[in-house]
Design a binder for this molecule. Structure first.
Ligand SMILES: Cc1cc2nc3c(=O)[nH]c(=O)nc-3n(C[C@H](O)[C@H](O)[C@H](O)COP(=O)(O)OP(=O)(O)OC[C@H]3O[C@@H](n4cnc5c(N)ncnc54)[C@H](O)[C@@H]3O)c2cc1C
Length: 432
């Protein structure tokens, strides 16, 4: 069996106390007063599955485990996405919506944060497929595969020369007489790219023209899709892709959005995407924080548990307060969003003005949650001293993955840019 670490530096007692079971127990006691009994049951259900899965498969979270092998088993349980019920593929979950999705995600992140991130990127392929399947059999089948984990999905927006400026693409799509499209261009940084069977990608009929964009579903085994792996040292188990699209033919039934509709299709998933990243970031905060909480209650220096020194205890309480408060804010947002979806009969039916306000709120949450993850994961590891920097515990994975959160899904500066534009609109609406 592969071990997590090369050489043990943390005591058996501490490693034992940092078990998944104990970390879940801490999380449960923290969340019990915050979430409804119904959601608490979902939390415990996912936790039970993760604990059994870890034990049964001798998972140590060591460096050579392939986390992509876990997509199938988690997908079969309906644990890859709970943002909505997928009736069209008979995935009729009892609990779904943004709150349920957060509650599903938290224990998976605590089980393995790099794996959880992979499932988050998979959702970015699920959402557009769900919005635009139009009951076309090949699309419905692709949706079934990425929801149940039979196949992995990715989203390919970013290009080598177009990152933050995602709507001025250089990848070209040319419509053919039979309604198919030919795609040519380059993409980069696609989470799951090298492992994905299905990719959602974007291209434009004219370079740099956002209003000429189209949206496409691509089977990565088709001729003309070439992918190599990009290494992200902070999160070594993620497989990111750099792709070349060379005369890649997309048949008509795989065209999710013809030329002219791509930009709107890109924007329609923004709330889901940004809230998803905020949920990932907050889950990382809890995962890291609970490591430090358990560690500092056991580790002794100067004959005392280090928690009892104010330098440790007060840093920890500050991180805890910030994490609790932002979690409450995030849950409140998710509740409001779920209510709106229910009231208007779907996310796509929410009135434009309300939707715009939700986009800004989602940006605010993404911005702060990713910033907090960066701080909490680093400071939690720091409170664990040398142990926090070693490979003996999963805090090391949190330290790494929290470094990438501010870049994915629109960087910190881009969220600030969106918020400042919203502030201008707000001013014009309010001050006469
Ligand atoms: C781990 C990881 C996973 C990713 N997953 C995916 C994925 O699944 N699919 C996908 O398509 N892409 C993915 N990306 C790409 C990601 O979305 C981009 O890296 C991100 O949008 C930034 O683009 P860039 O790297 O080109 O940086 P640039 O856009 O070149 O930005 C460089 C710097 O300039 C700043 N900047 C840029 N424009 C402005 C502005 N107007 N005002 C102020 N500051 C600005 C940025 O904030 C940043 O600090 C991933 C990236 C990483 C690292």
């Amino acid at each position: 069996m592969e071990t997590k670490f090369k050489t043990q530096v943390v005591s058996d007692e501490i490693l034992d106390k940092l078990s998944l079971k104990n970390r879940y127990s801490m999380l449960n006691n923290i969340l019990m007063p915050i979430i409804s009994p119904e959601k608490f049951n979902l939390l415990k259900e996912v936790e039970r599955f993760c604990m059994r899965f870890e034990k049964k498969n001798n998972i140590t979270h060591g460096p050579n485990e392939d986390i992509y092998n876990w997509m199938g088993p988690f997908g079969k349980q309906g644990y890859l996405s709970r943002s909505r019920a997928y009736e069209v593929i008979d995935q009729n979950y009892e609990q779904y919506g943004l709150v349920a999705d957060f509650i599903r995600f938290l224990p998976i992140d605590m089980f393995d944060t790099q794996f959880a991130f992979v499932t988050g990127a998979n959702v970015l392929c699920i959402n557009p497929l769900y919005f635009h399947h139009e009951n076309i059999p090949v699309r419905v089948e692709a949706l079934r595969e990425v929801v149940t984990g039979d196949a992995v999905g990715c989203v390919a927006i970013t290009e080598p020369e177009r990152g933050s400026d995602a709507v001025h693409q250089l990848t070209i799509c040319e419509e053919q007489d039979d309604g198919s499209y030919i795609l040519n261009g380059d993409k980069v940084f696609q989470t799951n790219g090298p492992k994905a069977k299905w990719a959602i990608t974007y291209a434009t009929a004219e370079k740099n023209k956002g209003d000429k964009m189209g949206q496409f579903l691509v089977n990565t085994s088709w001729d003309g899709w070439y992918c190599e792996r990009v290494n992200i040292p902070w999160a070594p188990k993620l497989h990111l892709g750099k792709e070349k699209l060379e005369n890649l033919r997309v048949p008509k039934e795989y065209v999710l959005g013809p030329t002219g509709t791509g930009r709107d299709h890109l924007f329609e998933g923004l709330v889901d995407e940004r809230i998803g990243i905020a949920q990932i970031a907050m889950s990382q905060c809890w995962g890291a924080l609970i490591h430090a909480m358990i560690y500092s209650n056991i580790r002794k220096q100067f004959n005392q548990e280090i928690l009892k020194f104010q330098g440790v205890g007060f840093v920890l309480t500050d991180l805890w307060a910030q994490t609790t408060n932002l979690t409450l804010g995030l849950i409140k947002f998710c509740e409001i969003f779920d209510e709106k979806v229910e009231k208007f009969g779907g996310a796509d039916k929410i009135p434009e003005g309300v939707k715009q306000a939700m986009v800004v709120l989602a940006s605010q949450l993404k911005y702060q949650a990713c910033n907090l993850s960066k701080v909490v994961c680093y400071e939690s590891a720091n409170l664990m001293g040398g142990a926090g920097l070693s490979d003996n515990t999963l805090i090391h994975d949190y330290l790494g993955i929290s470094r990438i959160q501010e870049i994915v899904g629109g960087s910190r500066q881009i969220q600030q840019y969106i918020m400042s534009m919203a502030l201008r609109t707000l001013y014009k609406m309010s001050v006469k």
